[in-house]
Unconditional design. Structure first.
Lengths: 274, 274
């Protein structure tokens, strides 16, 4: 076949709009501007360790972790049931799981406003059965709910795809060898599904950690998370150095989770995007 | 019984996933502004939506950016995919890793890095920067749609065309391009969908006066509930739904065609050996 040097325009494009911007982030993260100009410094990272920001990091990590855990607890059984024989039309189920993700996540989050607000559907329902009203909106609960709602499919789909590939013979063999159903699950099914669990956890944890839309809309902007902090640094206070430093911490988390993922994943690289 | 419980659990999860979307859409037809009350069916929010000048302007920008970004990304991405397909070793690995950066990076990091680049290069934020940003995050998806088609490509077809007297250029345009066309079209549709669906990257790379529908929806949603957003969401969801159904049907049909062709070839080989 003809030899193409066809990658060149693409490489130039990516160098300009991906590589250089990343390097700029690194540059701004490691410099501070003083009256004599920019100097190399670790001050931006040091600032991140101030109590207020550590609290933001802590809150983001906790909310993201709790959401991830809830997604796992809700999602694993779903994936298992779908991979089992309770349903005959699995393809339809899978599509039904993906369709809500086709709605813009901003609007999906917005949709919860009309359910959770004081005179919203939830409270209309609760008062109609004589239960006290719940004011969930603009609390951590609402933020977690929004995260679980938005990211649950990211947990179910990878676990399902691993579970559905497990050789049924292995499970039968475990049963034949005297394992009860709990043992079959803890000793065979769960360990085999671990790659899916790991990739589900990363796929939920990362966006949950970096989102700024969900806390802004459902938390009412009163709970600053890492994503909001980055947004503020760039759009409100124009402190690029600090904003870049926080972003670099985020990138570090991603590299870490990618390393963990590739460690568990092995050859199964062609993950589908939805 | 267990099967029944399993099914109920999955149905409950589906209720959780679909309820907010259904509520959102239902309220777009609600004549009453207050949430808890159903004031009768109306289309007035849709009428108001189409009379809102700023929303119509953002619709215009959303479509123009979507079309231009997906077209340009398709051209660059297809050429890049040809180049990547023909390269080997570390070079291929490097380029693929660069391709995965914008796919794996959290949107907010891609967004702020591009914003830094544009402001650093003293480009005024606005239409041009928005377009450049959209092209950048679209290209990888085009590449990832075209590459599998190139892998399926039968190299002998190209050689046969050359043997039959075609010049390399003719063989390229008449054999290779038609063969990978389905991947190109899928990539373009996917790019267009991602482009109209994006919020975070647009939010950081656009300037005053230029906003897309999701930016508009965000700024309206921050002030609370507005039935016009519900109408807007319904329209956006339905259009993205239609687009993605088209993409999926295309992919399905292509896969089936590929399978049939392979089976056909196998059958022919068998008849030869007879």
């Amino acid at each position: 076949m003809k030899k193409f040097s066809a990658m060149t325009p693409y490489l130039i494009w990516m160098a300009l709009f991906i590589i250089i911007p990343m390097l700029l982030v690194v540059y701004y993260a490691f410099t501070v501007t003083t009256s004599e100009g920019a100097t190399w410094s670790l001050a931006n990272f040091a600032r991140f360790f101030e109590p207020i920001y550590l609290r933001v990091l802590w809150r983001s990590l906790t909310l993201a972790l709790v959401s991830t855990l809830i997604c796992l607890l809700l999602g694993y059984p779903v994936a298992m049931i779908m991979a089992g024989n309770a349903f005959s039309r699995k393809k339809v189920l899978l599509v039904l799981f993906v369709v809500p993700m086709w709605m813009n996540f901003l609007l999906r989050t917005y949709a919860w406003l009309s359910i959770l607000e004081r005179n919203g559907l939830l409270n209309v329902f609760l008062t109609s059965i004589n239960l006290p009203r719940l004011n969930i909106l603009y609390t951590n609960t609402a933020v977690i709910l929004g995260m679980v709602y938005n990211f649950l499919p990211f947990m179910v789909l990878p676990i399902y795809s691993v579970l559905s590939k497990i050789d049924k013979g292995v499970i039968e063999a475990a049963g034949d060898l005297g394992a009860n159903s709990v043992q079959v699950f803890t000793r065979v099914i769960f360990p085999l599904s671990l790659p899916g669990v790991i990739s589900g956890i990363t796929m939920v944890f990362m966006p949950a950690l970096t989102t700024f839309v969900i806390p802004r809309l459902l938390g009412g902007g009163q709970f600053t998370l890492i994503g909001n902090l980055i947004e503020q640094q760039f759009l409100v206070v124009a402190d690029w150095g600090f904003g870049s430093a926080i972003s670099m911490v985020m990138i570090l988390f991603i590299l870490l989770s990618m390393a963990i993922m590739s460690f568990f994943e092995g050859e199964d690289k062609e993950a589908t995007l939805w | 019984m267990v099967k029944f419980l399993k099914r109920c659990y999955v149905y409950l999860i589906f209720v959780f996933l679909y309820m907010p979307i259904v509520v959102l859409m239902a309220y777009s037809f609600n004549d009453s502004r207050s949430r808890g009350v159903w004031g009768g069916f109306t289309l007035k929010w849709y009428v108001e939506l189409f009379h809102d000048r700023t929303i119509m302007t953002s619709l215009y920008y959303t479509l123009i950016i979507g079309i231009l970004a997906s077209l340009i990304a398709t051209i660059i991405g297809t050429i890049a995919a040809l180049g990547i397909h023909n390269s080997r070793g570390w070079k291929k690995k490097l380029v693929m890793n660069i391709t995965y950066i914008p796919v794996l990076n959290p949107d907010i990091v891609t967004a702020i890095s591009l914003m830094i680049l544009f402001v650093f290069a003293k480009v005024r934020l606005g239409f041009a920067t928005l377009l450049l940003a959209h092209i950048t995050f679209n290209i990888p998806y085009v590449i990832l749609s075209v590459l599998p088609k190139l892998r399926q490509l039968d190299i002998h077809l190209y050689e046969a065309a050359l043997d039959l007297g075609a010049t390399p250029t003719q063989a390229f345009w008449k054999v290779i391009i038609p063969e990978i066309m389905p991947g190109i079209v899928t990539g373009m549709l996917l790019a267009f969908t991602l482009s109209i669906d994006d919020f975070v990257i647009s939010f950081f790379t656009t300037g005053s006066g230029v906003s897309t529908l999701s930016i508009k929806a965000y700024s309206m949603a921050r002030q609370g509930i507005n039935p016009k957003i519900n109408a807007l969401s319904t329209i956006m969801f339905v259009s993205v739904l239609v687009l993605l159904v088209i993409i999926n049907i295309r992919q399905e049909r292509e896969q089936k065609k590929g399978r049939d062709r392979r089976n056909g070839a196998k059958r022919q080989n068998e008849s030869f050996s007879l």
